[in-house]
Design a protein around this ligand. Sequence first.
Ligand SMILES: *Cc1c(COP(=O)(O)O)cnc(C)c1O
Length: 342
Amino acid sequence: MSTSELIDLRSDTVTRPSEGMRRAMYEAEVGDDVFGDDPTVNRLQAVLADRLGYEAGLFMPSGTQSNLTALMTHCQRGDEYIVGQEAHTYRYEGGGAAVLGSIQPQPIENAADGSLPLAQIAAAIKPDDPHFPRTRLLALENTIGGKVVPLAYCAEATALAHARGLATHLDGARYFNAAVVLGGDERRAAAGFDSVSICLSKGLGAPVGSVLLGSRDFIERAKRPRKMLGGGMRQAGILAAAGLYALEHNVARLADDHANAQRLADGLRSIDALKVDGPYTNMLFVTVPADRVAALGTFLRERGILTLARSPTLRLVTHLDVDAAAIDRAIAAFRQFFSGRG
Ligand SMILES: *Cc1c(COP(=O)(O)O)cnc(C)c1O
């Protein structure tokens, strides 16, 4: 089956660079970015910083590296950061803050809307006493599990952190999904955060790349941990060109992914055997009877539909390589399976 016939709902990281994006990469002007000489990387960093209202940006190969670079710039050895149990930096990045940064995570249970209750943040901030690590940073994530964290909450949480002398970081891997839902004002969701990490390789459709944003001084200091973590790339403009193309062409269209997630959720809700949670921006969560998960995964795969079926709850993610017709095909395949004709 050719890749164009595949309906890959495992993640929004699976998109392939389009013709136009590949042309932009081919034509990119490049230099050695470790020397700060790559004009395309410099342009990407400046464009994104300006759009979100930051002084400077730093291009990196991955969101994991960008988040860890941010943590290691905000925190020193023996410091602590407050983070959600469900947060990517805490749960899905190999424990890098502790392993490589000697930064102790202080996890807090996420509320249903993705937020961290303010009283629990306040209670987790340690007094200045040699018994305790130094609490240095509050890290939030938006979107989280596809959910747009309420901006009024972000304003309160970041104000609390700043009042207690903590810095604030936002893991905005899917920042633009939130921005589109919030009516397209791209600065609003970043308000109150000293740094933000943005992924270009998720819904924006670039093959590689993340950008860390912050003050000029913060970004200058971030260059050392980035280098230490192996993120000093050379003629990286080839990759940055894809990011610039994505920012120009693939932001507003995220609304299509959200509409397709809604279409998929509506279709799957009509199947009695399924319990559908969502959609939240471009994601939904579908719980399948436990004894049918494996068979469903195989049935769908045979029809060119890929899902991540590690547990009875599937996470389905829409993106720019899945259109409404593909969503309808996916719904039909689910229906066929559960009608017993599969
Ligand atoms: C994907 C993701 C990251 C990490 O990005 P990679 O480029 O895969 O390392 C960080 N945070 C969140 C919320 C993500 O979804």
